[in-house]
Each structure stands twice: as structure tokens, then as C-alpha cells.
Design a protein. Structure first.
Length: 475
RNA sequence: GCCCCCGUAGCUCAGUGGUCAGAGCGGCGGUCUUUUAAACCGCGCGGCGCGAGUUCGAUUCUCGCCGGGGGUACCA
């Protein structure tokens, strides 16, 4: 089949037509034509001339005339080609194009008898020959593997895919606008790190040849960003990829986009207020019209109450493994009897609470064991000032009042070290550079991480992270 | 990691233990100067993911592998 297309390519060259010209100056988006002439009556003509460029998406021939659909990033426009306007050679040549070819078209705007805004072609140029057939035009491209591995075909064939990734871009832009407007500095910290930290996760390891040492791809930006707070930048954010060497799921991709921001003199209640404002702002900016109500303020519930409400177990009244296992059993919930107390708490949260949190909800005050960088709670012993934020049955943000006491931080690293010794592959490695930065003095600080892919899932109503990542990790 | 499901033309999909495996879109040829999944006429352009087995004979049955999807675990 592509022999036909290659044959056409050769014939074009033989006739002195360049199938891959270098540029096509003066192109405007087809949306401009729709904006300017959407109000024409059916059958009404204009003199308004336009030059557009795009992919040939459909063709309807009529002998001495034809309709061609040209698609660019802004939309689709119908082109009307007429033998009497173009002349025999140009007309024949235009009709011999293949679907999928890139074309430039000059023409004047008019509305067809059926009321479709169109461009009456006065001239055209082949901008690039397509040697492979495009996906089927009616059903589009549905094969999930092809959509992920060859996203260009998905974008070409499926309007929703284009709309979605434009939406993702608008989410990112809105997030930046919100932070920039509050005086946050966008910064870039190392992706290649001699020591990973800032989250409980297994890293990807790589090797630098000249230095002959192993380096890690970051699992979080947290520790470097807080060193910038120590340095006095006071309000910083980073929006970029983190990497975690873990399983894939509808909510997990090994590389994912994380937003973290840190604010001196703030605590976790400030971060909660900022998060709900930012997300509400983003929802407004992108014209969100889904089922989730992002209007502020969002529901706030302590971790204890959330588990009590949904599972009927009071984790704070059962502060050791045995008691908690027994209490859960009393509610008909069987937990892993080999797990630690914080592990059991987390199990209750993720299994019995998280799936039920469909409207935006802050879950506050976590056990210290699960949060090595969060500051101890000002009134609840054994807890830290931390929240996770949930919506659509999914966690999408995590924040705390940052631990800035270097001696306490050292103790936390020691605890993590004991977990590592017990075989926990996700415990935090000891980071002396970070401790020394804290010893320099870090102001009271609030910090937060937001899973951007998950935020886009919420904003677009998608339930798989692979749908919102352009090129998701494949086997 | 485990469980379930899937893998047929460029795309979307149907189908059968045995004559040349089908449809729509796409492609090729033809009719048609306002159509829009244009319509109409003509032409299959693939051998059924890969390998082995069962069988007189497999795309269809079995096993393994590869790829994918979903679920579950882990992930927090």
C-alpha cells in the first residue's frame, strides 16, 4: 500500500514538485476563519482570503469539484476545490493527494449550501508527503496500545486526545500563573542526585562514567527545595519529573510530573488553604465542568476521624498493633497481623477511606513514623502536622509543616536507618548535607507536593494516568 | 509478582477443525461542480502475534513465549 504513496512521491519529484518544502510562510490557524465568519448565511460568499496549513483528513469528490477537510491544531476547515477555479492540472494534482498529506491552502471564506464554513481554494501547495496511511477516519484509532506507543496517531485521529493534552498544557500554565502571581520563584534542582530523598520510594540508579560513581534519578525535589528556603529564597516551586522504581497502575507511572512548593513562615494549614485556592483557580481557568465540586473551602477531617467514620475504628485509642488488629477485627476488618501500627493505619486509610473520598478532602495529622520530614504536631503527641488531599477516590497532594529542627531530623533519619536495616527498601537514606543545611537555620516553613498527572486526571475526568501522559511507560 | 481477558487486512471489527477467510472505512479505477461517515459501480490490496504440539488437515483445539488491557499485590 505505501508503494502507492511512494510511487506518487517519485512522480511528484519527476514533475519537479518538491514533496518536502522547507517552509510555508503566512499560515494562520483555521480557528481564525471560524471566528471571523461563523455568522455567514448558508450559501453566502466573501472576498476574505486566508492561508492555512494542515493535514488532509477527508475528501469528498464530485467530478469537477471536491471537498477536502484540512485539520490543524486549532480545528478543522472544509476546503472546496473547483476545476474552474484551479484549472485542470492543479485540480487533478490536488485530488491525487493521499489522506494524511500535509497541505497548504489559499482561499476565500464562504458558507456552503449546507451551512458549513469553507474555504474556496484559489491555490494550494503540498507541504509534506505522508507515506503511511492515517488511522480510520470514522471510528478513529481505538487500539489502546497503538494510542499509547504511537501517540502521534492518537492525536491525529482523535479529537478528544488533542483536547485532553491541550487541557493538560492549560492546567500547567494556570498552575504557574497562580504561583507566579504569589511571588513564588520557579527553580530547577538536580534530577541526577548522589543521594535520593524526600519521599518513601525506591529509586532508579544510573552511573556517571567520568566520575565513576552511581547517581540516582530523583524521587522528589523536597530536600533541595528546602535548602533554597534555608538560602533565603523564601517562596520556591519546582514543576518537573520525579522517578520511582515501582509498579505501574492506573494511578502510577514510573516517571511522573510533580509540583512542589515551599513557603517560609507558613504551616500546613496555610498550605491547605493555598492548595484549595490554587485548584479552584485552575478549575475556573480551564472551564472545568465535571462532577467534582472544587469550590472552597474543602472538607477537612483528621486521619483519626476519617478512619473512625469510614471503618469504625479509632486508631488513636488503639496505639499498638495488637489493640488495633483487635479493634479492626471487631468491625469485621481483617488486617495483616505482621504489619506495624503505622502500617496498619495506612492500610485502613488507603483501603477503607481513600476510595470513598470523592469530593475534595483534606485528611490531617498523620503518625510520625510515616512522615520523616514533617514537624511534630503542636498538640497531638505521636502525630505530625501533615495532610494528604484526596478527590475522586485518589490522593493527589501531600503537605506538611516542615521539620526544621536539625537534631530531630537526625533522629528521624536514624529511625529510617533502622527500617532499612529491617529490610524496608523504601526508607530514607541519611542525608548529611540536608542536616547541615538545617543546622544553618531554616525558618518555619510549609511545603507541599502535588501530583500533576493526577490533578489532570481529576480535571479531565480520566481514570488512568496513561490517558493523561503523552508517552506513558510501556513494557 | 499473581489472576482474568485480548492479539484476524492500513484502521474498526465479524467468522470457521477442511472448497479461493469476510464487512465497513481507507486504497486503486470509473460517474458526479455545494458534499460532510457524500453517494453509486468495479477491484481484496491480509492468511489470522510467534513457536511447538494434537490432527489426514488449524486462523479455529492444547502448551509455551511475546505484546497489550483490566484487576490484585506492592507502591502511600
Amino acid at each position: 500500500m505505501d508503494e502507492d504513496r511512494r510511487g506518487k512521491l517519485e512522480r511528484l519529484r519527476e514533475r519537479g514538485i518538491e514533496p518536502f518544502p522547507h517552509a510555508f510562510p503566512g499560515v494562520g490557524p483555521v480557528s481564525a476563519i471560524h471566528e471571523a465568519h461563523g455568522g455567514l448565511e448558508a450559501g453566502e460568499d466573501t472576498e476574505a482570503a486566508y492561508r492555512v496549513g494542515g493535514r488532509l483528513a477527508a475528501r469528498r469528490g464530485h467530478g469537477k469539484a471536491a471537498f477536502l477537510d484540512v485539520v490543524d491544531r486549532s480545528g478543522r476547515i472544509q476546503v472546496h476545490a473547483r476545476l474552474d477555479v484551479l484549472g485542470q492540472d492543479s485540480f487533478d494534482e490536488l485530488l491525487s493527494l493521499d489522506l494524511g498529506d500535509l497541505v497548504g491552502v489559499d482561499g476565500t471564506a464562504f458558507k456552503s449550501r449546507r451551512g458549513e464554513l469553507s474555504l474556496k481554494a484559489t491555490g494550494w501547495t503540498l507541504l509534506a508527503k505522508s507515506l503511511l496511511p492515517p488511522p480510520e477516519k470514522f471510528h478513529g484509532l481505538e487500539d489502546v496500545e497503538t494510542r499509547y506507543r504511537r501517540r502521534e496517531l492518537d492525536l491525529m485521529a482523535n479529537e478528544e486526545a488533542r483536547t485532553l493534552f491541550i487541557l493538560r498544557s492549560r492546567v500547567l500554565a494556570a498552575v504557574r500563573r497562580w504561583l507566579d502571581g504569589r511571588g513564588f520563584l520557579e527553580v530547577e534542582t538536580p534530577v541526577l542526585q548522589p543521594l535520593y530523598g524526600g519521599a518513601l520510594a525506591r529509586p532508579f540508579t544510573t552511573h556517571h562514567n567520568a566520575l565513576d560513581r552511581d547517581l540516582y534519578l530523583r524521587i522528589a525535589t523536597e530536600l533541595y527545595l528546602k535548602r533554597l528556603i534555608v538560602g533565603g529564597l523564601e517562596r520556591v516551586y519546582e514543576l518537573g519529573k520525579d522517578f520511582r522504581n515501582e509498579g505501574l497502575s492506573p494511578k502510577h507511572n514510573p516517571e511522573f510530573t510533580m509540583l512542589e512548593w515551599y513557603e517560609a513562615y507558613a504551616d500546613y494549614t496555610d498550605m491547605a488553604a493555598e492548595l484549595e485556592q490554587m485548584v479552584a483557580f485552575v478549575a475556573t481557568e480551564i472551564g472545568y465542568d465535571g462532577d467534582i465540586d472544587f469550590a472552597t473551602p474543602w472538607r477537612r477531617v483528621t486521619l483519626r476521624d476519617a478512619i473512625l467514620d469510614e471503618a469504625g475504628v479509632d486508631v488513636l485509642a488503639n496505639r499498638d498493633e495488637e489493640q488495633l488488629l483487635e479493634a479492626a477485627r471487631g468491625r469485621g476488618i481483617e488486617l495483616d497481623s505482621t504489619d506495624t501500627w503505622p502500617g496498619l493505619v495506612d492500610d485502613l486509610l488507603s483501603r477503607h477511606v481513600e476510595p470513598k473520598l470523592s469530593r475534595p478532602t483534606f485528611v490531617l495529622d498523620y503518625p510520625v513514623e510515616l512522615s520523616p520530614f514533617a514537624k511534630g504536631h503542636r498538640s497531638e503527641p505521636g502525630l505530625v502536622e501533615r495532610f494528604e488531599c484526596f478527590a475522586g477516590g485518589m490522593e493527589f497532594a501531600n503537605a506538611f509543616t516542615e521539620l526544621n529542627d536539625p537534631d530531630e531530623q537526625r533522629t528521624r533519619f536514624d529511625q529510617q536507618g533502622r527500617l532499612t536495616a529491617q529490610g524496608d527498601q523504601e526508607a530514607q537514606p541519611y542525608d548529611e548535607d540536608y542536616i547541615r543545611a538545617l543546622e544553618q537555620g531554616m525558618p518555619p516553613t510549609g511545603g507541599i507536593g502535588v501530583g500533576i498527572d493526577r490533578l489532570v486526571m481529576l480535571m479531565s475526568g480520566r481514570c488512568s494516568i496513561r490517558e493523561v501522559v503523552l508517552f506513558p511507560t510501556m513494557r
